[in-house]
Design a protein. Structure first.
Length: 167
């Protein structure tokens, strides 16, 4: 290649630096990731309450799994509300009544779905009780409850972009 052809060849341009909107999108992505991580931790603890109570009642006390399901899920619901409001969504507003009632409406839907699906599963399959409970509660948690909880709980400092990402 001759010198004049080399000089006239287009130079590669360096990639553009990240824009404020790219930084904002990245920050929101991380916020969603940490919200999910915290919510999974809350869900895990609530599951421990649920499965522990269910196992105790079914295997130690001899209660029918369909009857033991109600108190087991109830403990899980209490853990979910407190953990999601205060830890996962970091919502410290004093709006307990409205949020509690809204949460209970979502939980009534999730609770009913859990009871019905669990009843059907243990009535019509020979599958072990605890793995069935785990699969059903996971399905209801991710498919119904978590998306609706995101509408109930908010954190103004979390929902507002940080000063750093504004430029």
């Amino acid at each position: 290649m001759t010198r004049s052809a080399r000089d006239s060849a287009p130079e590669e341009t360096p990639p553009a630096p990240p824009t404020a909107s790219t930084s904002l999108e990245l920050e929101r992505g991380w916020q969603r990731f940490w919200l999910l991580a915290r919510s999974l931790a809350v869900g895990s603890l609530a599951t421990v309450f649920d499965l522990g109570t269910l196992a105790l009642l079914v295997h130690a006390v001899g209660v029918d799994p369909r009857l033991a399901s109600l108190p087991a899920l109830s403990l899980g619901v209490v853990a979910q509300f407190l953990g999601n409001k205060l830890f996962a969504f970091q919502d410290y507003r004093a709006d307990w009544l409205r949020q509690g009632l809204s949460f209970l409406a979502v939980e009534a839907l999730g609770f009913s779905a859990n009871l019905l699906l669990f009843h059907l599963a243990v009535s019509f399959t020979p599958l072990p009780v605890l793995p069935v409970r785990l699969a059903i509660t996971s399905l209801v948690y991710f498919g119904v409850c978590l998306p609706l909880w995101s509408r109930i709980f908010s954190n103004p400092s979390r929902d507002e972009p940080s000063r750093l990402s504004r430029g």
